[in-house]
Design a protein around this ligand. Structure first.
Ligand SMILES: [Zn+2]
Length: 147
């Protein structure tokens, strides 16, 4: 968190520690609700807790998913060309202690899933996806951002 940003928002040239902490708390809340609005307003379902049954929430269709722990940071973005439920289960199985919540969105085709994953990856640069999303070998699809 950038403390100088908090000071600017507080509109006070000299702030004590309590005021800065209070501003950081408010900024954190705003950031959390902004992420939530961004995802829930774009066809995403969630946030769901990892313990809620993925089997009853998510169908076996093409889609993209987003893993977050605190609703403020995007930790991982993934997709499936045919079974997004399986991929979400795998993400939690591989990281049983690390990840806690997820959003997901169905896509009408594997290609659309790839395009959405690319856009999200470029936008949020998740900590746990260092590599650019990979296209299926049998396609010549191009990332809409890199082109
Ligand atoms: Zn790209």
């Amino acid at each position: 968190m950038d403390l100088s940003l908090s000071k600017i928002i507080c509109h006070k040239p000299k702030t004590n520690r309590y005021q800065i902490v209070r501003c950081i708390f408010i900024l954190d809340l705003l950031k959390g609700s902004l992420i939530d609005m961004m995802f829930s307003g774009r066809g995403f379902y969630g946030p769901f807790l990892r313990d809620s049954s993925i089997g009853s929430n998510v169908e076996s269709r093409p889609g993209v998913y987003i893993i977050t722990n605190n609703l403020r940071n995007v930790h991982y973005i993934g997709r499936s060309d045919n079974d997004v439920a399986y991929r979400i289960r795998e993400a939690f199985r591989r990281h049983p202690r690390k990840y806690t919540k997820y959003y997901f969105r169905y896509e009408t085709s594997p290609r659309n899933a790839y395009l959405t994953e690319c856009r999200l990856w470029h936008r949020y640069q998740p900590d746990d996806n260092i590599l650019h999303p990979d296209k299926p070998d049998y396609t010549n699809w191009k990332c809409p951002i890199c082109k």
